[in-house]
Design a protein around this ligand. Structure first.
Ligand code: AR6
Length: 174
């Protein structure tokens, strides 16, 4: 299953995939980081559609169109704020990946790109986030055949290296 998972360094807003995932906040009304970049690239219609969604719980996901993005869809998920690891952060982050992939399957999405959810403003430790991301995607793909490609997009080369390491480790044990 790891052959369907790719780690790349880049800007998620430029990818030609069926869906990109947004690391949003509970309001779904935009913010900084990847959320700001996605809203800027998609245009104001994205915010208008997000307003209709009336927010999103942490660990859950909601879908909109992609508007001016190359991607047809945006799946908005809300990662946990890192508060030391005893507040269910691991499970909430895992849930972001599962919820997003479940929505993707329901919409016939075959190719999907994720940013490194929660690892920016929300301060989730990168190695730990990378392991959760790779493990959850791999587990999902092993029980579901309809998604052909999952791209884990890292903005910086150092994050990319750590996601690649996590992917390698999962590949060795699966
Ligand atoms: N493409 C790919 N990855 C990116 C891009 C991009 N264009 N821009 C940033 N990243 P963050 P969070 C990386 O802070 O930690 C927002 O204000 C970034 O380097 O965007 O989940 C929301 O509204 C980092 O590795 O999201 C929320 O309030 C990763 O994306 C809050 O931030 C996630 O960083 C969510 O915080």
């Amino acid at each position: 299953m790891t052959d369907k998972i790719t780690v790349i360094q880049g800007d998620i807003t430029q990818l030609q995939v069926d869906a990109i995932v947004n690391a949003a906040n509970n309001s779904l009304l935009g913010g900084g980081g990847v959320d700001g970049a996605i809203h800027r690239a998609a245009g104001s219609q994205l915010l208008a559609e997000c307003r209709q969604l009336r927010g999103c719980a942490t660990g859950a996901a909601k879908i909109t169109q992609g508007y001016n993005l190359p991607a047809k869809w945006v799946i908005h998920t809300v990662g946990p704020v890192w508060e030391g690891g005893d507040r269910g952060e691991d499970e909430l982050l895992a849930s972001c990946y599962r919820s997003s992939l479940t929505l993707a399957v329901q919409h016939g999405i075959k190719t999907i790109a994720f940013p490194a959810i929660s690892t920016g403003v929300y301060r989730f430790p990168i190695d730990r986030a990378a392991q959760i991301a790779v493990r959850e995607v791999q587990a999902f793909l092993s029980t579901n055949d309809s998604i052909s490609q999952v791209i884990l997009v890292c903005f910086s080369q150092s994050t990319c290296d750590r996601f690649l390491k996590a992917l390698q480790q999962v590949g060795e044990t699966s």
